[in-house]
Design a protein around this ligand. Structure first.
Ligand SMILES: Cc1cc2nc3c(=O)[nH]c(=O)nc-3n(C[C@H](O)[C@H](O)[C@H](O)COP(=O)(O)O)c2cc1C
Length: 159
């Protein structure tokens, strides 16, 4: 069963959150658009993540889509918690103020999607945050997105 589930290709994104002057980034692959009109996305986040606490407090998050060259950023933000590490500072990532919300965006990722939480659902050992898309910007239109299949990093290619 796990092997079959592993064949689903996952995007690799960073979920940005901001609360009390702290900007945090968490790697997330369980991310998808779920409605065209209104434009809605979902992110599935385990309750023990610091990100869960920040999004629950503010109702805002940014999805930053990573490029195939950003594996090390994904590894770092997926293995350290913002409770103990300032990941933005540790990685020296460039940020800019969000255009639609209070969460900063990343200037060197593929694209940023700014969202406001409309609904949350418990989903097993995770929580689904459904977010309305407030705005989005493509930073690097020629870059290939980073993906994961069966826990191996890969690159999206056109056929
Ligand atoms: C490739 C990858 C994908 C991940 N996807 C998710 C995810 O979709 N949801 C989740 O809750 N954690 C996911 N994680 C784990 C979190 O990124 C990790 O626990 C992180 O340290 C939490 O950071 P925080 O405590 O600062 O929020 C993923 C990790 C990796 C490496």
């Amino acid at each position: 069963m796990t092997k079959a589930l592993g064949q689903l290709p996952w995007p690799v994104t960073l979920i940005g959150s901001f609360h009390d002057g702290r900007h945090n980034l968490m790697t997330a692959s369980w991310v998808s658009q779920v409605s065209f009109s209104p434009p809605l996305v979902m992110v599935s986040i385990a309750p023990e993540r610091y990100t869960h606490e920040l999004i629950a407090a503010t109702g805002e998050f940014v999805i930053s889509i990573l490029t195939a060259e950003q594996v090390e950023i994904a590894r770092f933000c997926g293995s350290h918690s913002g409770r103990t590490t300032d990941k933005v500072k540790a990685l020296g990532l460039k940020t800019a103020p969000g255009e639609r919300g209070g969460v900063p965006v990343l200037t060197d990722c593929l694209a940023n999607i700014e969202c406001r939480v409309t609904t949350t659902y418990p989903a097993g050992d995770h929580t689904l945050f459904i977010g309305e898309v407030l705005g989005g910007s493509v930073m690097r239109p020629d870059a290939d997105p980073l993906v994961i299949r069966d826990w191996e990093w890969g690159r999206y290619l056109k056929v």
